[in-house]
Design a protein around this ligand. Structure first.
Ligand code: GDP
Ligand code: MG
Length: 251
């Protein structure tokens, strides 16, 4: 029997109303669709951190490919995935950096946090240690990234209710105590709230961009990069990955 769950390959369109704002988010992953508008997309770097085995890779794979793999393949160093949507009149591309979850790796590749717009700090609800270790991840993020980075906490594997070791309220409290922007429990396995997690990210980045267009970015003291002038294309990303993986780090 295959370990792969085929999922739903259809393109999704989601609509939200938050306060008086209405958002329509359409998955826009087909390159043909965006051929003519590529120049206008806003590009953001997103990083997932947290202990190994909490489901970081699975969350991203569920989002991008719709597949879920039961088998554990540990991430070596890091991988980069791309996810593109249209939100109202803007195209947003997320360059999602999936990381290995070994804290020492981050000590020797500090530049992995450079230009991060959103950091997703993740644990698994069935693993108390992965939650306790968030303190270390939160500190690492604080030390190495801009204070203006959007920060989310995610408790994955919420399908494992009978094995739960971390209550939802504890995740919520950690988010509030650290002034993070969002908390959600997800299940990459059951495809629960993975889209919601990234839709929320897209709405927050979209709103931030609106603010930056209305005001002077300096005035807002936002120093992560975004948009057209931030030309990270797939090729540059590959080079960057190679350079980072060639840094003689042992992990
Ligand atoms: P990472 O090391 O944080 O990237 O974790 P992986 O994404 O590689 O997942 C580790 C293991 O947990 C794999 O065996 C996955 O199949 C499993 N897993 C990931 N997400 C979920 C989930 O939401 N629920 C359950 N039950 N298992 C999951
Ligand atoms: Mg992984």
């Amino acid at each position: 029997m295959s370990n792969i769950d085929n999922g739903n390959m259809e393109k999704s369109t989601n609509e939200y109303s938050i306060d008086s704002n209405k958002y329509k988010i359409i998955e826009y992953n087909n390159d043909d669709d965006i051929e003519n508008v590529k120049e206008d997309e806003l590009i953001y770097k997103v990083i997932l951190i947290g202990d190994p085995n909490v489901g970081k890779t699975s969350i991203i794979q569920k989002l991008v490919t719709k597949y879920f793999n039961q088998k554990y393949n540990s991430t070596i160093g890091f991988d980069i995935f791309f996810y593109r949507v249209k939100i109202n009149d803007k195209i947003i591309k997320l360059n999602i950096w999936d990381t290995c979850g070994i804290q020492d790796f981050f000590s020797c590749t500090k530049n992995i946090f450079t230009d991060v717009a959103l950091a997703i700090v993740s644990y698994s609800i069935d693993n108390r240690d992965s939650f306790e270790n968030l303190e270390g991840w939160i500190n690492k993020l604080k030390q190495n990234s801009s204070p203006n980075v959007l920060k989310f906490i995610v408790g994955n594997k919420c399908d494992l209710e009978d094995k739960r070791q971390v209550q939802k309220e504890e995740g919520e409290k950690l988010k509030n105590d650290n002034n993070y922007n969002f908390f959600i429990e997800t299940s990459a396995k059951d495809d629960k709230f993975v889209t919601e997690l990234f839709d929320n990210a897209i709405v927050q980045l979209f709103e931030l961009n609106k603010l930056m267009e209305e005001k002077d970015g300096d005035e807002l003291k936002i120093d992560f990069k975004r948009r057209k002038s931030f030309v990270i294309n797939d090729k540059i990303n590959k080079n960057e990955k190679e350079n980072n993986n060639n840094n003689n780090c042992n992990c």
